[in-house]
Ligand binder design. Sequence first.
Ligand SMILES: *[C@@H]1O[C@H](CO)[C@@H](O)[C@H](O)[C@H]1NC(C)=O
Ligand SMILES: *[C@@H]1O[C@H](CO)[C@@H](O)[C@H](O)[C@H]1NC(C)=O
Ligand SMILES: *[C@@H]1O[C@H](CO)[C@@H](O)[C@H](O)[C@H]1NC(C)=O
Ligand SMILES: *[C@@H]1O[C@H](CO)[C@@H](O)[C@H](O)[C@H]1NC(C)=O
Length: 406
Amino acid sequence: MRFSRVSLILAAGSAIIPSVSAWGAVGHEIIATVAQMHLHPSVMPILCDILNYKGNCHLAPVAAWADRIRGLPQYRWTGPLHYIGATDDYPSETCAFPGERGWEGRRNINVLSGIRNTTNTLESYMSLRKAGLTTESDEDAAQVALKFLIHFVGDMHMPLHLTGRDRGGNGIKVSFDSRVTNLHSLWDGLLIAKRIRTIPSNYTRPLPLPDVESQLRGTIYDPYIRRVVWEGITGKYEDELDSWLTCPAELSVQPLQTHWEQWLSWTFGRRIGSWIVGSHLTDGGLNTDDETLCPYHWATPIHALNCQIVFPKALDEPPYNRVSFSGSTDDHACHTSNQSLEVHWLSRPRKNPYLELDTPEYSGAIEDAWIVEKLMSQGGIRLAAVLNWLFADMDDSTPLNRTYIL
Ligand SMILES: *[C@@H]1O[C@H](CO)[C@@H](O)[C@H](O)[C@H]1NC(C)=O
Ligand SMILES: *[C@@H]1O[C@H](CO)[C@@H](O)[C@H](O)[C@H]1NC(C)=O
Ligand SMILES: *[C@@H]1O[C@H](CO)[C@@H](O)[C@H](O)[C@H]1NC(C)=O
Ligand SMILES: *[C@@H]1O[C@H](CO)[C@@H](O)[C@H](O)[C@H]1NC(C)=O
């Protein structure tokens, strides 16, 4: 039978709780795996060393670490680093990124700043490492920064992590295949799960691409990764991959610098230089973007999806705008608790008052347009590019061709 493996597991009910608890992480793991397929050969050994792997080294197992630890007291402050939202943003009525009243929350504590800061940390770490000057605390800081970077690049490619409305959709109950869930969980797991369940059977066999196959780990979603790579990255997206990594040209035009700024930039490297002139840049006032890494620029079209498709207009029209419920005060968490698993998998189909989204107009349109698959591809390619940029050994005899740095 075509979908036997997946349907078996989904049908197994409560017996499957342990394996299902990884579902919230699937998107992150897919993005990390796709990235790993596009790394320059000199990069993975360095990443494995920083991550202090003994045994099989892979980026996927650490990709959801940031979600697992965010409830611990010492990491509670990192919760708001998983998302960003603008004050005026209220999709699908208004999409503001950021709009006149700017961003919600504390300055520089958001997912785009998180990508910038962890990259900066790793860049400084690499110069120390090349000079043989790292201490144990540098090693620890690099490990944490790397795990956060892998995670945040994934979060940035999830449209609901770019809006503050109803805690990134966690507070909006919807129905999917007559099961009650919420909009955030739907995008976190259910849309992907449905794609995995309905994958064409030819993807259960290995692809004729050794670089792809060698990074797969025998997971339930391997066939889906094969499809994303085969039909997406080496298929319909091949000609636009370069454009995914482009940062706006005006960013590389340095505004008039004072001598002081030039001196700082000469002393500390280009990044500090652009940080200081950052207020001139067009990155929503976040100071996150430069000519190599531009999370704000990359996030802008992803945020726009919230008005285009993620938030259906019907949510704000009768009768669904009158459906009320009490949401928890938890922030944009991608839930991994037992409770949400019940919401995901164990609730039976039942008549419910919420907007049904497993429809041709909603999930069907998202599938036809390959929206989730494109986001996964972009996340993987961009993560690979950032890691290659940070860690690839340019003196390595392997030429740095398009295969590795797109
Ligand atoms: C990023 O760095 C800036 C400047 O050092 C700091 O103000 C901010 O709190 C940092 N943000 C994060 C998310 O670490
Ligand atoms: C799998 O089948 C689909 C058609 O259902 C086709 O478009 C795709 O190219 C095939 N993939 C491989 C790897 O052969
Ligand atoms: C989830 O449920 C299982 C079995 O009911 C329990 O052992 C486990 O501690 C629960 N985990 C959480 C995070 O609540
Ligand atoms: C890129 O480099 C790899 C490793 O040297 C090589 O196998 C591959 O053919 C090269 N690709 C192109 C497009 O030059």
